[in-house]
Design a protein around this ligand. Structure first.
Ligand SMILES: *Cc1c(COP(=O)(O)O)cnc(C)c1O
Length: 391
């Protein structure tokens, strides 16, 4: 298999180019996220739609459009290649004939955070990192701890004190250094920023590090292949930092350049919890950036992100795709998780549950038509949220 065709890193805001063979966090010119770029003409010589059939099944099958140069540096637990489940009974209930659930609970560490962390840790290992640190609402910590353990890299993780217990326990089992913070993920991020220079940590906060988004973009490649190279009409994504949405949007552009798909795009929809809805608020007000959401609170811990560094990239994708951003209540999203279980047999996480009331709202407003092909995400396993569900 050919290796990575990455050429450089490019700032998602000012376009400044950075040398990808060195460690980077944010753009040194403007402080915004850096995105890897590839020579897709070269990548396309070996990475073809047909070639995928005979490749390994995990996300490393897309090696040419991932950042790891030497396959020996890949740290893998078999991430990616999750099932896309046809959800006919739930679809009937919602008035949506072609509804699918991308079930990300099948990933290592039982959440889609594994995609991003597998790629970030592999590349960090390749670039000689020995200590990583990150703030997390829970699942990112579990995934980072797992891949760091496998890579023999030390991990320092900062989580809010009220993070689901499963996340705290899974993380501490790996031997990672776990610090619980009285505050939100933004406060945890501040702790990482404060300690990193003195402690020699490489900060792998999402989108402050260029490669987690590359792991998450494989969601977009998989969806295209699973739907026989016709993208869905609508994608409903439970949005915290927005890494998966930004990643899929990037994957669609890459696939068009590879000649795999045309210029059509799904309408991209962000769903957030109503008491932590910075993207919904910015989308509605027409703002390019999102203000920090005051007193952010929701039981869907993965959505408890009051300020996302990639806010403008999320908002650009929503607007360019003529999509939307919708807010749902905690009661609605928990009910949504119950409906997914009752009608489709999947014990979903609260974040995944949020997609159900979102689709219901969008069908009611006509944004989703009965014949549209709609994909929603179960981003983690329900079993990681026993304390949330038994409250
Ligand atoms: C992190 C997380 C999200 C949000 O993902 P982003 O790509 O950061 O928006 C949604 N659901 C779960 C379960 C998560 O852990």
């Amino acid at each position: 298999m050919t290796g990575s065709c990455m050429t450089h890193l490019e700032c998602g805001s000012c376009g400044a180019e950075h040398d990808a063979t060195r460690l980077h966090n944010l753009c040194t010119a403007c402080g915004k996220p850096l995105l890897p770029r590839y020579d897709l003409a070269v990548a396309g010589r070996t990475l073809t739609r047909d070639s995928l059939r005979s490749r390994r099944s995990d996300l490393w099958r897309y090696a040419e459009v991932l950042p790891v140069a030497d396959p020996a540096n890949i740290v893998s637990l078999g991430e990616g290649s999750t099932t896309l489940v046809r959800a006919s009974r739930l679809g009937d209930e919602l008035g949506c004939k072609h509804l699918y659930i991308k079930d990300e609970a099948g990933n290592p560490t039982q959440s889609f955070k594994a995609r991003g962390m597998a790629v970030a840790v592999s590349r960090a290992k390749e670039l000689g990192v020995s200590k990583v640190a990150a703030p997390s609402a829970g699942n990112a910590a579990g995934a980072l701890a797992a891949y760091a353990a496998r890579a023999g890299i030390e991990a320092y993780l900062f989580m809010p004190r009220d993070t689901p217990r499963a996340n705290i326990i899974e993380t501490s089992f790996t031997g990672a250094h776990v610090r619980l913070v009285d505050g939100l993920i933004t406060d945890c991020g501040a702790e990482v920023a404060r300690g990193k220079d003195a402690e020699g940590w490489f900060d792998v906060s999402t989108l402050k590090e260029p490669y987690r988004v590359e792991g998450k973009k494989t969601l977009g490649y998989e969806l295209a292949e699973q739907l026989d190279w016709r993208l869905p009409d609508v994608i409903v994504y439970p949005t915290g930092g927005g890494t998966g949405l930004i990643g899929m949007w990037k994957a669609f552009a890459e696939m068009e350049e590879l000649g795999w798909i045309g210029s059509e795009r799904p309408r991209m929809i962000s769903v957030q919890a109503d008491r932590c809805a910075p993207i919904v608020r910015a989308f509605e007000s027409g703002a390019r950036f999102a203000e920090e959401f005051p007193n952010a609170a929701t039981v869907a811990s993965g959505l408890r992100v009051p300020k996302a560094i990639g806010d403008f990239l999320i908002l650009d994708a929503l607007r360019e795709s003529r999509g939307a951003a919708v807010a749902v209540t905690d009661a609605e999203l928990i009910d949504g998780a119950r409906e997914i279980a009752r009608l489709e047999g999947i014990f979903a996480c609260p974040e995944g549950g949020a997609c159900v009331p979102a689709v219901r709202q969008l069908v009611a407003t006509g944004m989703i038509g009965a014949d549209d092909r709609v994909v929603i995400f179960n981003t983690a396993a329900g079993v990681k949220y026993l304390d949330t569900y038994t409250q």
